[in-house]
Structure formats: C-alpha cells, structure tokens
Design a protein around this ligand. Structure first.
Ligand SMILES: [Zn+2]
Length: 150
C-alpha cells in the first residue's frame, strides 16, 4: 500500500510532499490541499487563504520508525463582518487542537496503558517505536477515561 493511501485515511485533503528519514524517525512532509473551508466560529464559507503554518504531529509507527507528520496547515480569512474572528485555521480532523499526537496514536497508547502497569506500558510503547513519557501515558488515560468504554 502506498503511504499516500494510508494518510488519506486520516484526511482526504492530505498530500505528501516528501519523506525524510532521520535516525529512527520518518518525517512525512505534507500539505493540506484545501482552498475552501467553513469558519469554525460562524460557519461561513471562505475561499481566501490568509497564511499557512506548520504543525508537527506524531502518528502510529511504520515498521521500526517513529512517524512525524509535518503538516502545512492553511489559515483562512473569515469574510463575515459579524464574526468574532478575522481568521481561522483549517480544522485538522485527526488530532485534537494543540495535540502533538494523532487521535489514533493516543488510542493506541490508551489501549496499552489500560492493559498494563504503567512501567510495563511505557516499555511496551517504547518498544513499538513510539516515544512518550510515563506522564503522558497517564495523562492520555485520565483524559480518555470518560470518553472510552472498555
Ligand atoms: Zn467566521
């Protein structure tokens, strides 16, 4: 399967520019290919891109490599004069805002964390080429505790 296909599962607007290997990490540089978006504050559609910014998000590992998505995310102007915001960022569907990890990576960490003692979970997760601290594992379990059913 092509890498492109795997990433389209996250968001069909993702397109890969290039992939770089650095140590034990794969950096996948991608764009969000989207020229129209709805303002997340007022719902009005915008066709005008204000700027772009880079967001780096860790995803599930591929073979022995950590995966880091380096994503160029568009910001749009909101044309609605009554909107409380002049600009808004494209809403990435596969990661919580400000999260450094994809939701599916958090899910994986959560599942391992729930099945093991925290030391065992940390070892198992780092053996699977995900670098995450014990504190982060605990935080993910606490945060997800209310939204997951076992
Ligand atoms: Zn708006």
């Amino acid at each position: 399967m092509e890498l492109d296909v795997l990433l389209k599962e996250l968001d069909e607007n993702l397109t890969i520019n290039r992939v770089e290997k650095s140590g034990k990490a794969l950096y996948i540089y991608c764009d969000i290919n989207c020229t129209v978006a709805k303002c997340k504050y007022c719902g009005m559609e915008s066709h005008s891109v204000h700027s772009r910014y880079i967001r780096t998000i860790s995803d599930l590992p591929i073979q022995d490599y950590q995966v880091k998505l380096v994503i160029t995310v568009p910001k749009f102007f909101c044309a609605n004069e009554r909107c409380s915001h002049k600009t808004f960022a494209y809403l990435i569907p596969f990661a919580a805002s400000n999260s450094l990890r994809t939701k599916r990576l958090d899910d994986y960490i959560y599942r391992v964390g729930m099945k093991n003692s925290s030391l065992e979970a940390e070892k198992q997760i780092s053996d699977s080429h995900v670098s995450v601290s014990n504190n982060t594992i605990l935080r993910i379990i606490k945060k997800s505790g209310t939204s997951h059913r076992l």
